[in-house]
Design a protein around this ligand. Structure first.
Ligand code: UN1
Length: 515
């Protein structure tokens, strides 16, 4: 299919993308394309979309130094004024929603609807951050000493490094950056090497707003490249906070490197998310939730549904309904609204999917909806695969592993205690859900003895979280929280201040020190 009919060329030019782009920027200054070239191939048709140069170690030095310098002035701009700049970014994103949504869809492979949804998440976090810019508050407390006042306040941290993944190539960056900016930090973003054009496009959008507001060079920095540039950021003591989204394997490396220098990290890593379908579930809600959770974004969300834990009395019915729904799925070009499932990101991902299917069979799983790689017209990229359902158990090694592909494992339970144990019986702890109309089951699932995940939903699938809540998870998911609620606190340093406005110097704890 000719992708021009979907307006890709036009979108690229609207976003200021060229055939070859510098991947290193401190704002309006784009550094020369000296580094190795990253080729961005679309998983939609396998063709080259554009090239981006990676950042050399020398260029990285220049970026960090410019960012450090920018921090000195950006931190003194009143937070609501920084919020005003973020408000304008939200306005600009509204203008660019369609071309950016299209680029996200074409470079990453998710549906155009989901691409637009991702840009909407960016707009929403801008709005959230604007309000937040007037609410970066600490507490006051009573001092034990007379004529003393005690309070705490939050100050910006400095340079924040953001390492993001291909699957949400723009939204996750914005969750971090918009908060960090209103908090008074400056940011260095390393997008995934699989979606570098999304990074360049966002920087172009930001640059326009920053120029109009005289924001100093270095507040918004972009670097590109493979894991080596990620290592530079993780090991750099000038970067007090590193926020990394991606696999648990990657997160363990980043966490160890940042921890070794006692820096702060915010990790949002793998999930192995389950939905419990109870005997009292509304099955229409349950099937729709499970279907979107498992095949949406071709199973490439960290919140994708990987396991269904179904009450034995409903098992056959759910299996039948779900199998029927899978047969109706249309797989193809994600820019075509008639399709439900787009491609995987690249051929490596396809190979991981195939290897996972082999392991499912070797380890005793029973495949009930067969997989396979699609071939022929429209599937030339080799990245389109069939979503799979397999009967499996937590004991199988492959079920314990997050395969970033549309493979759904289904299993049975009899008691709610057993269901919760199965739900929690994996190394990851991001998202979870129960489908039930039974109040007691629901409350047990949400109690301290219930789901051990960062997200626990009722009658909603595991994916599609709103930005207003803190986003992240426990165990191998890394423990970090991004976006809403009080996630902003990680981007700031807390300071406790005690002020003596009296004429004596009483010491705390009743200590006397008289000469
Ligand atoms: C991710 O896959 O890293 O909750 C983020 C969701 C989206 C974000 C997913 N709002 O599915």
């Amino acid at each position: 299919m000719n992708n021009d009919q979907f307006g890709i060329k036009e979108a690229l030019s609207e976003l200021g993308l060229k055939e070859t782009n510098s991947g290193t920027s401190t704002g309006s200054n784009w550094l020369d394309s000296k580094g190795d070239i990253l080729e961005s191939l679309s998983p939609v048709d396998g063709n080259l979309i554009g090239k981006v140069s990676s950042t050399t170690p020398e260029q990285y030095e220049e970026v960090v130094k410019t960012a450090q310098e920018a921090f000195k002035s950006w931190r003194t701009v009143p937070a609501p004024k920084r919020g005003e700049v973020v408000r304008q970014i939200g306005e600009e994103l509204r203008k660019y929603k369609e071309p950016l949504g299209k680029l996200v869809s074409f470079e990453m492979g998710k549906s155009y609807q989901e691409g637009l949804g991702e840009v909407q998440e960016m707009i929403d976090i801008c709005d959230f951050a604007v309000g937040l810019s007037r609410q970066l508050h600490g507490l006051t407390m009573h001092s034990e000493r007379p004529n003393h006042r005690m309070y705490e306040q939050y100050h910006p941290l400095g340079v924040v490094g953001i390492i993001s993944a291909f699957n949400f190539p723009v939204a996750v960056w914005s969750w971090n950056t918009m908060l960090a900016w209103v908090c008074g930090d400056v940011c260095i973003w390393k997008p995934s090497e699989k979606t570098p054009l999304c990074g360049v496009a966002c920087q172009n959008i930001i640059n326009k707003v920053f120029a109009e507001n005289d924001v100093p060079e270095g507040v918004s920095c972009l670097v590109n490249g493979d894991y080596q540039i990620g290592e530079l950021i993780s090991n750099d003591t000038r970067v007090p906070l590193v926020s990394a989204t991606g696999s648990t394997r990657m997160g363990k490396k980043v966490g160890a490197a940042v921890g070794a220098r006692l820096g702060k990290s915010l990790l949002e890593l793998g999930g192995n998310n389950a939905i419990i379908i109870s005997k009292d579930a509304d099955l229409d809600v349950a099937i729709t939730g499970a279907l979107f959770g498992a095949v949406g974004t071709c199973g490439q969300r960290c919140t994708s549904t990987r396991r269904l834990i179904i009450h034995s009395s409903k098992y056959d019915e759910v299996k039948e309904k779900l199998t029927g729904a899978y047969k109706q799925l249309k797989i193809g070009n994600p820019l075509d609204v008639n399709n439900h499932v787009g491609p995987l990101i690249d051929k490596d991902a396809v190979n991981m999917y195939l290897s996972a299917l082999d392991q499912v069979k070797e380890q005793g799983g029973n495949i009930i909806v067969e997989g396979g790689v699609l071939e022929g017209e429209g599937y030339e990229s080799g990245c389109y695969v069939k979503p799979v359902i397999a009967e499996a158990s937590n004991e199988m090694q492959i079920v314990q592993h997050e395969t970033f592909a549309p493979i759904l494992y289904i299993m049975k339970y009899d008691t709610i205690d057993e269901a919760i144990e199965l739900q929690n019986g994996v190394a990851q702890g991001l998202s979870s859900a129960i489908m039930t109309t039974h109040m007691r089951e629901m409350e047990q699932f949400l109690s301290q003895a219930g789901s051990d995940c960062g997200i626990a939903n009722v009658n909603i699938g595991t994916s599609g979280a709103e930005i207003g809540g803190a986003f992240g998870g426990e165990k191998e998911t890394g423990g970090g929280r991004e976006s809403g609620s009080d996630a902003w606190k990680v981007y700031m340093r807390r300071q406790t201040n005690t002020i003596n406005y009296g004429t004596e110097l009483p010491l705390a704890q009743g200590i006397k020190f008289d000469l």
